[in-house]
Write a protein that binds this ligand. Structure first.
Ligand code: ADP
Ligand code: MG
Length: 391
């Protein structure tokens, strides 16, 4: 998806005020009536309709007049609101190139005033829905556009909370910097997605390290649920970093064992295909059971902690309902019937994860958004600006 932040730079305070008014209206309207937008925005000098036209032109809003004259945010509109909030907070001041396209996200480089480059992940839940199998489509059809924004926001919040907690517990994950709406800012991982790696100096050691992480996660009460070569980054020193956490579940989840086994199987399959590692237990070896347990850990024999997930999520302001909502979505999308679309997606992901984009960083290509930071003294933004912050 194209993210032309140049447009963002030239949007006025009124533009943002109206965009925020649409967002607020979407809390209880799928399509927000134009009059309601006008009332919420209450521009000092009027002109809401002209502003709406401008936002529409830049594809920040979608116009719908099938039932009444109304508008809703597009993902781009939602992106701009999140980016503006984070720029106002001083988290970053420029946006660079796109470095990743996940199944349900877009990842860009961003830089702060010191020139530190970070990764910005914009969640886009439901993007692949139409290519998914029928059961998923049926579930997804009933989600309104507000739900997409809502679910993407939950995914971001959950990912941020987990990244922070995992880091505090010594797991190799990016550093969680900040989060707003559907957007997570984290440190940039130096390295490549594991799927691009054709050769390793020490495949056995790397395998052990990776399986060790799956086991240690379970010991902390967690299962990654999408643990595969696309969500593992590796650098030239074969140092591993794990990414992509919105679908993680607790070891007390009713399908926990299935998810755990699937994560383990994914890694085993990848290592045996790509690096020719053999995982067959030797039939003559009396210790074979012990050995195969080390290679393929059993869920039942792991000493698991409980409550980690709940504790960390609640600490980040997640309610039980929000947790259920995102889990329901994850189960439908990353559930047990993924095979039907797997091949299709693998080809696409292979093309998308281009490591050269990660290495050849050119700060000149960053679009500076500093002009946005000057808004803090905008006296009119007080009443509705607060809402922008607490989304
Ligand atoms: P999705 O949930 O959509 O799969 P991911 O979090 O897996 O999204 O990110 C998609 C891709 O973006 C990754 O495979 C990786 O190439 C890149 N990426 C994500 N986070 C980072 C990061 N912190 N540093 C560098 N690259 C990243
Ligand atoms: Mg991923």
């Amino acid at each position: 998806m194209k993210l032309d932040v140049n447009v963002l730079r030239y949007l006025s305070k009124d533009d943002f005020r109206v965009l925020t008014a649409v967002e607020m209206g979407m809390r209880n309207h799928e399509i927000v009536p134009a009059e309601l937008i006008e009332r919420i925005a209450s521009l000092r000098h009027g002109g809401t309709y002209k502003v709406l036209k401008n936002l529409l032109k830049h594809k920040l809003l979608h116009h719908d007049s099938s039932k009444y004259d109304g508008f809703r945010l597009t993902y781009l509109g939602y992106d701009f609101l999140a980016i503006k909030t984070l720029v106002n907070r001083g988290v970053f001041s420029s946006v660079g190139r796109q470095i990743g396209v996940g199944k349900e996200s877009d990842i860009f480089e961003v830089a702060n005033e010191d020139g530190t480059i970070m990764a910005m992940k914009l969640h886009r839940l439901g993007r692949t829905s139409f290519r998914a199998v029928k059961s998923k489509r049926d579930y997804l059809k009933h989600r309104s556009s507000f739900s997409w924004l809502y679910l993407s926001r939950l995914a971001a919040l959950k990912e941020f909370a987990f990244m922070k907690a995992l880091q505090e517990h010594g797991f190799p994950v990016p550093n969680a910097v900040d989060c707003n709406r559907h957007c997570v800012i984290m440190s940039l991982v130096q390295g490549y997605p594991f799927v691009q790696v054709k050769q390793l100096q020490n495949p056995e050691t790397v395998f052990e390290k990776i399986i060790g992480i799956v086991v240690r996660l379970a010991e902390h009460g967690l299962i990654h649920c999408d643990f595969n070569e696309f969500n593992i980054m590796i650098d030239d020193d074969e140092k591993i970093t794990i990414i992509d956490f919105p679908q993680m579940v607790s070891v007390s989840h009713r399908n926990a064992e299935m998810y755990f086994d699937r994560d383990v199987e994914c890694i085993i399959k990848f290592f045996s295909k790509r690096f020719n590692l053999s995982f067959e237990a030797n039939a003559d070896d009396s210790d074979s059971d012990v050995e195969s347990d080390a290679v393929k850990p059993r869920f039942s024999s792991i000493k698991k902690a409980s409550g980690f997930l709940d504790k960390e999520l609640y600490a980040s302001g997640f309610s039980r309902k929000e947790q259920d909502d995102i889990e329901k979505f994850t189960e439908k999308i990353h559930g047990s019937d993924d095979e039907e679309i797997e091949d299709d997606e693998e080809t696409e992901d292979d093309e998308d994860h281009d490591s050269s984009k990660l290495n050849a960083l050119d700060i000149q290509n960053f679009d500076t958004l500093c002009s946005l930071t000057k808004d803090e003294d905008d006296e009119q933004s007080g009443d509705i600006g607060d809402v922008v912050e607490d989304q």
